[in-house]
Design a protein around this ligand. Structure first.
Ligand code: SF4
Ligand code: SF4
Ligand code: FES
Length: 246
């Protein structure tokens, strides 16, 4: 017989004026290879069909099952119950708009952030589809691919002290995205263009550098390196601007 696990789950429906935020207790017997994703589905099927949470891929790819698990942001589908204590507490990710219980709207947050950071290739080069594609250096392509692995789960934003204090802070995911375009030779933006986007306290200069973001990233993105890279680049750009003015 497996362990009897206690789950303390945050419940609240912001659409229902009668709903009051509270924690609800559930119990479930542990089974082999049980993940938190399996737990939540079983609780909804067997004990409370009103429980709200998100999932899609079950494989750490879609990013939709992120939540705060015993105080730490993580993916429910990648959380093995055998690695957890007998009591597990679940909250929705902070910072994002709550849809209900453990479900938050990360989509709107990421769309707004990517619009603010102009998260697309800026080029005046006309593409001729009849010509052979321009080749990219393999090492650069791999570097870009590494940063493109972000699944927009929101864990880094939820763990970030600055994002919790400042709702407009771009957060590690958006700054990582900017770093991705800075190393892309197809993007013709100047350092001054990037500075205008991220050279503020809502961008790279608001980052406290304590790296909770990298600690919780389920895809192990090298966020520390990217934040350091941006801080150096934007610091130099700021100095150049001061000396030009002086
Ligand atoms: S290092 Fe910067 S982006 Fe990462 S959690 Fe800390 S303040 Fe947020
Ligand atoms: S950088 Fe990591 S933690 Fe942040 S949204 Fe992307 S995958 Fe999630
Ligand atoms: S369900 Fe897709 S990442 Fe967990």
């Amino acid at each position: 017989m497996g362990r009897r696990i206690q789950f303390e789950i945050f419940r609240f429906n912001p659409q229902d004026p009668a709903s009051v935020p509270h924690m609800q207790t559930f119990f479930l017997e542990e089974t082999q290879n049980m993940t938190l994703f399996i737990v939540l589905n079983r609780l909804r099927e067997e004990q409370d069909p009103s429980l709200v949470f998100d999932f899609c891929c079950r494989a750490g790819i879609c990013g939709s099952c992120a939540m705060v698990i015993n105080g730490r942001p993580g993916l429910a589908c990648q959380t093995q119950i055998k690695t957890m204590p007998d009591k597990i507490t679940l909250h929705p990710l902070p910072v994002f708009k709550l849809i209900g219980d453990l479900s938050v709207d990360t989509g709107v947050w990421f769309r707004e952030m990517y619009q603010k950071t102009e998260s697309w290739i800026h080029t005046r080069t006309e593409v001729d589809p009849t010509k052979e594609e321009a080749r990219m250096d393999n090492a650069v392509a791999e570097q870009i691919y590494e940063l493109e692995r972000c699944i927009e789960c929101g864990c880094c934003i939820a763990a970030c002290g600055t994002a919790r204090l400042r709702p407009d802070f771009m957060g590690a995911a958006a700054l990582n995205r900017i770093a991705r375009f800075m190393i892309d030779p197809r993007d013709e933006r100047s350092e001054k263009d990037y500075f205008d986007i991220i050279g503020t306290d809502y961008g790279i200069f608001g980052c406290m550098g304590l790296l909770a973001c990298e600690d919780v990233c389920p895809k192990n993105l090298p966020l520390q390196n990217q934040l350091g890279f941006l801080r150096r680049k934007m610091g130099i750009t700021a100095l150049k601007q001061i000396f030009r003015k002086g």
